[in-house]
Design a protein around this ligand. Structure first.
Ligand SMILES: Nc1ncnc2c1ncn2[C@@H]1O[C@H](COP(=O)(O)OP(=O)(O)O)[C@@H](O)[C@H]1O
Ligand SMILES: [Mg+2]
Length: 334
């Protein structure tokens, strides 16, 4: 299915913050995390189009396609050639291979253009899923050391390294160290979300409130409803229900239904009423990317406000409100 990316909406403050970070540099890599489909990749791809400097964007999850696995500005033919060659022989995903070879890529760039006195921006997208939880701590520390190394070797004006993930589980591992700054990015706010709805040309604009209520502003969910389910929200919910039924089996088998019911009413109960059982539930829901720890400031240093109607607490939130609604329905149905 060929789907054209919708026009980019909002994220002005995020872009502004990224521009500032790129211009002044950050001594620590930024570990950007947020719900699946909230727009991390899109934001960073839009950012590299707009920023001045030498930029390297690596899609760590890309398996084979050289043009998707790496985006360079300026385009350096030698690097593209290197990536094409690697793509032919690399064992394992191409993006992951490149994520491990940033030093080499910068070296090849520096042979062609001067990095001295310029901003150097390196983005490694979806790093955790690509390299695995067991390597993420090591990798983030390596990125931190890379900043110092690149400064010494190339004397750029500034360096910004951003790594992204939607794996909540990696957060515990990364947050216990001081060599990275963890930042949150959330689903779209209501007005920009409505703009995006309009952009996708729904059959009826009245749908937008319902779309907001079920997706909580998640652009991927919206696009899925529009393109895959042809605006049939019920059909989308039905697909989710099939996935969540399986998760519920796990929760039931551990006898965590009461804890789940509480977390459905208020996700913060896994923190405020923490017991070994809520902890177990929290881990299952986090691993399934249904619940997310959100007591982290956003890129532009604000907090995502609580909104219990959308399942957003102060500490934890449902990634998409529909997850919570469906789990509730399935629990009650029994
Ligand atoms: N601000 C935005 N404006 C328009 N479309 C967006 C925006 N943010 C995300 N999208 C679209 O939503 C989908 C999911 O976004 P993506 O960046 O892949 O999410 P993530 O990387 O967080 O999982 C993509 O199709 C993307 O183009
Ligand atoms: Mg992404």
């Amino acid at each position: 299915m060929l789907v054209i990316e919708p026009r980019f909406v909002d994220r002005e403050r995020e872009l502004e913050t990224l521009r500032e970070l790129a211009s002044y540099g950050s001594p620590l890599p930024i570990y950007l995390y947020g719900p699946e489909g909230c727009g991390k990749t899109r934001l960073l791809r839009e950012f590299i189009k707009r920023v001045h400097g030498v930029t390297i964007y690596i899609d760590a999850l890309e398996r084979r396609d050289p043009e998707t696995a790496i985006v360079l500005n300026p385009v350096i033919e030698e690097v593209r050639k290197f990536v094409r060659e690697v793509a032919l022989q690399a064992i394992g995903p191409l993006g992951t291979y490149l994520a491990d070879r940033i030093t080499l890529i910068v070296e090849k760039i520096a042979e062609k253009v001067s990095i001295e006195g310029r901003s150097l921006i390196v983005i490694v997208d979806d790093i955790t899923r690509a390299i695995g939880l067991d390597r993420v701590e090591w990798y983030v520390k390596w990125l931190y050391e890379l900043i110092g190394k690149l400064h010494r070797r190339y004397s750029p004006k500034s360096i910004l390294i951003v790594a992204t993930t939607s794996e909540g589980k990696s957060l515990d591992l990364v947050m216990r160290h001081t060599y990275t700054v963890v930042k949150l990015i959330w689903n779209l706010p209501r007005e920009p979300f409505y703009e995006l709805v309009q952009e996708l040309k729904p059959p009826n604009l009245n749908l937008r409130e319902e779309l907001w209520r079920v997706t909580g502003g998640n652009p991927r969910a919206l696009i899925e409803i529009a393109h895959v389910h042809r605006w049939d929200i019920g059909s989308w919910l039905n697909t989710l229900e099939r996935r969540l039924t399986k998760v519920l089996t796990t929760i039931r088998s551990r006898n965590l239904e009461n804890e789940l019911m509480k977390a459905i009413e208020d996700p913060d109960t896994v923190h405020t009423e923490a017991t070994p059982r809520t902890e177990q539930l929290q881990q299952i829901l986090t691993e399934e990317n249904l619940l997310i720890y959100k007591y982290v400031t956003t890129l532009h240093n604000t907090e995502v406000p609580s909104d219990l109607e959308l399942g957003i607490g102060k500490y934890y939130a449902w990634q998409i409100p529909a997850y919570r609604d469906i789990l509730k329905k399935l629990l009650i149905q029994r």
